[in-house]
Design a protein around this ligand. Structure first.
Ligand code: CA
Length: 189
């Protein structure tokens, strides 16, 4: 446990699997106790062109017109990965962040996220190394498991009542998608 930053609002260094947490150093009966507190957001910041989310305490940025591999590489080149999703709140945030707001548009209106099973069919993995602990597959997804190895979200309604709206699907990694969304931890300001 790193206490070196407690003088700067108590934040511990972040990893891909933990949210920033404020430490309060309490001394009780001569013994030090550490109390976990909500994150101190005032000193968290994102680089220019990145958007902060107080749901994940991470930074997000859209990228456009790339296949999945190129999208992930584009994120990595900026110290990020394609986004990971671990609960409905994060899922909803990404739908809102990435949507066009146009219903029933044509073409590849999906958005790449970091989920893939390139290491083994059906072994779903996030590129940022976080656990696969939540999913929101559309009905009948994932399908075509042998060849559809990368995952997209659909923040816009592209057909009527097909069950795909704001849910996930697996598809071919080589498809050039409308967008992808990168995610990286917020930095200490
Ligand atoms: Ca599919």
């Amino acid at each position: 446990m790193n206490l070196s930053l407690t003088s700067k609002c108590g934040l511990t260094p972040r990893t891909a699997t933990s949210l920033p947490t404020e430490l309060t150093d309490c001394h009780t009966n001569g013994k030090q106790q550490l109390k976990w507190m909500p994150p101190c957001k005032s000193i968290l910041a994102c680089d220019p062109d990145w958007t902060y989310s107080n749901i994940t305490n991470a930074c997000y940025k859209m990228i456009y017109n790339l296949n999945w591999t190129d999208a992930e590489n584009a994120c990595v080149s900026e110290g990020a990965h394609l986004a990971s999703i671990h609960n409905p709140l994060e899922d909803h945030f990404l739908d809102e962040f990435t949507k066009t707001g146009i219903s029933f548009s044509s073409g590849y209106v999906w958005v790449w996220v970091g989920l893939n099973d390139l290491a083994g069919v059906g072994s779903w993995t996030w590129t940022d190394g976080t656990p696969f602990d939540y999913f929101n597959w559309a009905p009948s997804e994932p399908n075509g498991l042998d060849s559809a190895r990368c995952v997209e979200i659909l923040p816009d309604q592209w057909t009527q009542d097909d069950g795909y709206f704001q849910r996930w699907a697996n598809t071919y990694c080589t498809l050039q998608m409308r967008a992808g969304v990168c995610q990286k931890p917020a930095r200490l300001n």
